[in-house]
Ligand binder design. Sequence first.
Ligand code: PLP
Length: 373
Amino acid sequence: MIKFLDLKKINESYEADFYEKMKLVLENGWYILGNEVKAFESDFAHYCGTKYCVGVGNGFDALVLIFKAYIQLGKLQKGDEVIVPANTYIASVLAILHADLIPVLAEPDLKSYNINPGLILKKITPKTKAVLAVHLYGQLAEMRIINEIANQNNLLVIEDAAQAHGAVLVESGMLKGENKKSGNLSNAAAFSFYPGKNLGALGDGGAITTNDAQLAKVLYSLRNYGSQKKYHNELVGVNSRLDELQAAFLNLKLPDLNQDNQKRREVASRYLAEIKNNKIILPFWNLSENHVFHLFVIRTENRDELQKYLLENGIQTMIHYPIPTHKQKAFSDWNKLSFPVTEKIHNEVLSLPISPVMRNDEVSFVIEILNRY
Ligand SMILES: *Cc1c(COP(=O)(O)O)cnc(C)c1O
C-alpha cells in the first residue's frame, strides 16, 4: 500500500535527535516560551527573510491574531470586509469571522486554483479593508498583482501560508536576485506546523511572520494573555503560545525544509512529465520554486471512481477538499450562493501521494497505475 502521506517515515530520521532534545528541555525545566521558542522565532524569521516571527498555538490562531492585532492598532475595525478565496481550507474563512470581520468570497482561477486577482477587484466595496491571499496546495498566489491592487485601494494583504513554507517568488528583469519567500510577500503571514504540513511538528503549532514592528509587538502580547510582563495585562489577549517542545522539534526540522521541498518538486516533476491519460488534468506549474507541492492535485470528471480504482491498486489518495466552505452546514446562510469554479474544483480534485520520503519506485508505480486507468 502506498500511503497518501507517511508521517511516521517523515519523522523517523529525526528520532534520536528528538529524544535528545526532549531530554534537554526536560532537564532545563522551562516549558513555556523558553529558549527553544526564541530560537525558532529567530531562525524562522531569518528563513522567511522577515524581521519578526511570533510563535503561536496553531495556524488558525495565527490568522485570527493577525486580524485582532490590526483591530487593536486601529487599522481594521469590526465589520470590515476581508476578501478571501472561496476555494480554500475552511480555516481561512473561519479566522476572519472569529476576528469579527466579514469574509467576502471570491472565485479562484481554474488554472492555478488560487484566487483570481481580477475578481478581487470586483469584490471591493467601501468596507473592504484587507485581502487574505491563500497559497493553496503550496503554490504562491499572484502576489505581485494582489499587492498592486491592495496598494491602489488601500487594503492590507495577509498571507495564509499554511501550505507554502519556503515557496519562493522568483524575480526576473530589474528585480532579478530580489527573490522573496512566502511569509515575506505581504503585511503579515500565518503559518501552520500541523504534522502534515511541509514543516510539521509532532502536534499543533503555528507562527506569524511580519516586517511590521508595531504589529509584532501587539502579537507577542496578544498570544500571551495580552501580557509582556507577567501579571501585567495591557491588552485583551488569549492563550496561544507555540509549545516549547514543538519548537524544539521544529528547530531540528527547519534546516531540512529546502531539501524536503526540492524532493517534493522532484516527485511533482515526474508526475507532470510521465502521467499521460486524457481523463486526467494535471496541475499547472511554471517549474519555478514558487511551488512547494504541499499537495499534488489532479482533476478528473469521475473523481470517486478514480479514487476507488487507485485504492484497489494499493494507492491511497485524499480529497482537498470535498465540500466548499459556502456549502458547509456551518454556513447555512451561504448554501444557496453560487461559486461555479470553486464547486467544479471541489467535485473533481484528487490529491496523489507526495512527500519528501516517497521512493522513486513508488512514484513510478503511481504513474503506471494512473496511465492504465
Ligand atoms: C492547515 C491550514 C490552516 C490551519 O492550520 P492549523 O494549524 O490546523 O490551525 C489554515 N489555512 C490553511 C490553508 C491550511 O491548510
